[in-house]
Design a protein around this ligand. Structure first.
Ligand code: MEV
Length: 406
């Protein structure tokens, strides 16, 4: 059904999503009539004047834990969805991805500079859980709430850590409300609060994802699969040695991760801060050859939500979740980890064979043509002429456009 999806028009792509039951009749009608818009933007931020639009597309055919997903991705980078789709296709033909997020927990910190150490050393967690239940009853009704509290001392500071199960929400507001309420109560006991705030370090929300591909399935543009597999392993090893490379390696992963998170209305700054701190300049992926297979793995901290925050107020974020057939938060995190892994696999596979410019520029030329003043209706014609030119740059594109104008 999604075969040669890239060759379809946007309207045909929407039709295909509807026929595959990724879209309800109502959403389909709103989308096709151009009525799915962020009309309440003025209520969402201070001093709002307009909205910034980013293309949202679909990477079809991600086979994850035995189910197919059509993954919405919001990105301005031309080759990101093409790369994710290509990896998804190859990997899904050979058993797909396995992914698991054992738990999703967020951590908050209440930092004191004046405190009673004996009280903190014997803190009665149950009392504070009961208090949090009073402060934020709805998360307890949904089966979540505080799961742990512990104390650490740093020089003259004491930090009370609060671990929370925020269920299907990302949970920042929920956590901060609970932290401030607890901190205020402790101030009544003579403690002096320096600050109370959620941490974006999501080590307790790790997702593991992996795939296994026969080496012959890796061959590309005349390069032998076995050689590509071995070079992918080496490229990953190299990223462990050189922070200039590991940063770019992980940027490629985030091309996919952030695009899905953004499409689903999540806080991408929180996500990226967490991932980069966790990575500590090391690659987030790992590759090895097992018999005649390439095994690819990713370990990534993800605390994404499917309710609350910018999701419930943004019709496009809701559309993305509908396309994913309404995953819960764990499932969304698992899908996103697989997209990150797929994106990295696509980048490494291209880098160690024909390079990335060939595929990337093929898609980027379209944007260059538009930026140079070319008409959308002439893109195919301009691309055809560009293909024949020995030097393909902005000046060549301008020349072709001017020739066509004459
Ligand atoms: C480009 O956006 C991402 C890559 O540079 C990632 C990588 O080098 O692994 C292609």
């Amino acid at each position: 059904m999604f075969k040669k999806y890239y060759e379809k028009t946007p309207t045909q792509r929407i039709e295909i999503l509807k026929n595959n039951k990724n879209l309800s009749e109502t959403t389909y009608n709103l989308l096709i009539n151009g009525q799915l818009q962020l009309s309440n933007a003025n209520q969402l931020i201070e001093n709002q004047i307009t909205t910034l639009e980013i293309p949202l597309g679909i990477a079809p055919g991600f086979y994850i834990n035995g189910e197919f997903y059509e993954v919405p991705m919001a990105t301005e980078e031309a080759s990101v969805i093409a790369a994710a789709s290509l990896s998804a296709k190859t990997i899904s033909e050979y058993g797909g991805f396995q992914a698991i997020q054992h738990q999703k927990r967020i951590v908050g910190e209440i930092v004191f500079d004046v405190f009673d150490q004996s009280y903190l050393d014997n803190i009665d967690v149950e009392t504070w859980i009961a208090y949090a239940r009073e402060v934020y009853p709805s998360i307890y009704e949904r089966g979540g709430g505080i799961t742990n509290m512990y104390v650490k001392y740093f020089h003259s500071f004491a930090t009370l850590y609060v671990e929370l199960d925020s269920c299907d929400a990302m949970g920042a507001n929920m956590m901060n409300t609970i932290l401030e309420a607890i901190a205020n109560k402790l101030e009544e006991k003579g403690f002096n609060k320096l600050m109370a705030i959620l941490s974006n370090y999501n080590e307790s929300s790790l997702v593991h994802a992996c795939f296994k591909l026969p080496l012959e399935a890796l061959s590309k543009n005349g390069f032998e699969g076995k050689l590509i597999g071995e070079k992918i392993v080496k490229a990953n090893t190299y990223a462990k040695l050189d922070k200039y490379r590991s940063t770019t390696h992980n940027k490629g992963i985030m091309n996919g991760v952030t695009a899905v998170a953004l499409a689903c209305g999540n806080d991408t700054r929180a996500l990226e801060a967490s991932v980069h701190s966790y990575a500590q300049l090391q690659p987030l992926t790992e590759y090895r050859i097992e018999d005649s297979f390439l095994v690819g793995e990713i370990k990534i901290p993800l605390n994404l939500g499917v309710v609350g925050g910018g999701i419930s107020t943004n019709p496009i974020a809701k559309l993305s979740l509908e396309i994913l057939k309404y995953p819960d938060a764990n499932k969304l995190c698992e899908i996103v980890a697989c997209v990150g892994l797929a994106q990295n696999f696509a980048a490494l596979r291209a880098l160690v064979s024909s390079g990335i410019q060939k595929g990337h520029m093929k898609l980027h030329y379209r944007a260059m043509i538009l930026a140079a003043g070319g008409d959308e209706s002439q893109i195919s014609q301009i691309l055809e002429q560009l293909e024949k030119q020995p030097i393909k740059n902005e000046a060549t594109i301008r020349n072709i456009i001017n020739q066509l104008k004459k």
